[in-house]
Design a protein around this ligand. Structure first.
Ligand code: HEM
Length: 375
């Protein structure tokens, strides 16, 4: 096994202590040493962030498998399409993709607009809390035709806002309750709704909906909170015609999916580095998006970089890429665009708060993020 460059470690724990206390600083130090580096966590992990690495790790689903990767550590993501590997993954995505396409979701836009309008705050509000509550209701509407009780959803999703180990702990009673509620939403759903489309799915539709909820909730809520913060900070960008560029830039600076993982199924080579079978392999949209060789002034909020539309290949990964790209990317963009556009009219100002990135299963602003909206 070839030894790779690595950030400073602490005996006897390797990088484990630094990983649990400040993984972003650890990753940034590693990235400063080499394009591919290793970490000594509870097991060896090899990390890369340049486009050639991303293309290998995300492009070859046969070699880089999901089973055994970090998502298996949390019951929230340990199932459904997230943990389906080749050869079944392709068929699963073929079944699911059409129901999450822009065209399939078009019918829900009127309801999403109405819900956001009815939820708009007036006066001071914490953008992080508001985004969480609103995204929860929006996802309930789209994924379950609004049929899940909001208090149950809130209880189910709350651990995703908390630091590890909370999202990693088993919660069998709560998971049984949510399963029963989703089974109910799949029984006799309104025609034309997503649950109606998935009810006929070959396989476990309730499981896929639970995974979509868990994968889509805090990712979308945290992105929305950051989006509102940036809109309030830069009033010149608070225009309906600029929302897509703002959103692209928010997703670049603060990719909620800051770290992804795979396990090699066979001996292989990626970006010139030999990886034995069974290696834990990490890719990091956070590092890729802040690499000065790929992005100019990467730490600055500059939506104009997206206004012209171009983005470097395998270097912009807010929703990953390849055949495992995020199932909910269109849904997330629709929800985020709808909510951010609603804040383009009236006044929006920053009152105070802490937008520093914090890591958990997803990246989040430390918060609170106090803003004020006035019409
Ligand atoms: C801003 C919001 C979102 C972000 C940043 C995001 C990001 C990502 C990323 C980076 C991945 C790849 C993970 C990996 O394999 O390493 C992913 C996969 C996935 N996402 Fe999202 N996501 C978002 C919203 C959603 C929503 C709303 C849904 C609901 C359907 C969703 C469902 C999924 C599923 C099911 C997968 C696994 C796909 C597969 O393995 O084939 N995500 N997402």
């Amino acid at each position: 096994m070839t030894a790779l460059p690595q950030p400073a470690a602490q005996r006897p724990f390797g990088h484990l202590w630094r990983w649990t206390s400040n993984p972003l600083a650890l990753l940034e130090e590693g990235a400063g040493r080499a394009p591919v580096f290793e970490l000594r966590l509870w097991r060896r992990a090899v990390v890369g962030y340049r486009p050639d690495w991303n293309r290998s790790v995300l492009g070859d689903l046969d070699t880089f498998r999901s089973q055994g990767s970090l998502s298996g550590l949390t019951p929230y993501l340990d199932g459904g399409v997230v943990h389906t590997d080749v050869p079944r993954h392709a068929a699963r995505r073929r079944d699911l993709n059409p129901h999450f396409s822009t065209r399939a979701l078009a019918g829900t836009t009127g309801q999403l607009h109405a819900l956001v309008d009815s939820a708009l705050p007036s006066g001071p509000f914490d953008a992080l809390g508001w985004a969480g509550r609103t995204v929860r209701r929006l996802l309930n509407l789209v994924l379950f035709a609004g049929r899940l009780p909001d208090p149950l959803l809130a209880e189910f999703l709350a651990p995703l806002h908390q630091p590890p180990p909370h999202p990693l702990l088993p919660r069998p009673r709560l998971f049984r309750q949510i399963r029963t509620a989703i089974d109910g939403a799949l029984t006799d759903p309104p025609p034309g709704s997503l649950p109606a489309a998935l009810a006929g799915l070959d396989g476990d539709a309730a499981e896929e909906l639970r995974i979509a909820l868990a994968a889509g909730y805090d990712t979308t809520a945290h992105t929305l909170a950051w989006g509102l913060w940036h809109l309030a900070e830069t009033p010149g960008w608070r225009r309906a015609d600029a929302v897509d560029a703002v959103l692209d830039e928010v997703l670049r600076l603060h990719p909620a999916g800051w770290l992804g993982s795979r396990v090699t199924h066979r001996d292989t080579v990626a970006a010139g580095v030999a990886l034995p079978a069974g290696t834990l392999v990490l890719y990091s949209p956070y590092l890729t998006h802040r690499d000065p060789e790929l992005w100019s002034a990467p730490d600055r909020f500059r939506p104009e970089r997206f206004a012209a539309g171009g983005r470097p290949a395998w270097a912009y990964l807010p929703f990953a890429a390849g055949r495992r790209t995020c199932l909910g990317a269109h849904l997330a963009r629709l929800v985020l665009r709808t909510a951010l556009t609603a804040f383009c009219s009236g006044e929006l100002v920053v009152l105070g708060g802490d937008p520093t990135p914090r890591t958990g299963i997803t990246l989040r602003p430390k918060g609170p993020l106090w803003l004020a909206r006035r019409t």
